[in-house]
Ligand binder design. Structure first.
Ligand SMILES: [Zn+2]
Length: 40
């Protein structure tokens, strides 16, 4: 198991976590519908 899986609230896809340099923190992005939001 590799940590928390977050389902996309729009399409129920798997949210991908990534580090955003501009935001200086972790964000989540849905590869299916493209929604992007802060995780912390
Ligand atoms: Zn989605």
């Amino acid at each position: 198991m590799c940590g928390l899986k977050i389902p996309c609230e729009h399409c129920n896809g798997d949210i991908t976590e990534y580090y955003n340099d501009g935001y200086k923190g972790k964000r989540g992005k849905c590869p299916i519908c493209g929604v992007d939001f802060p995780l912390e």
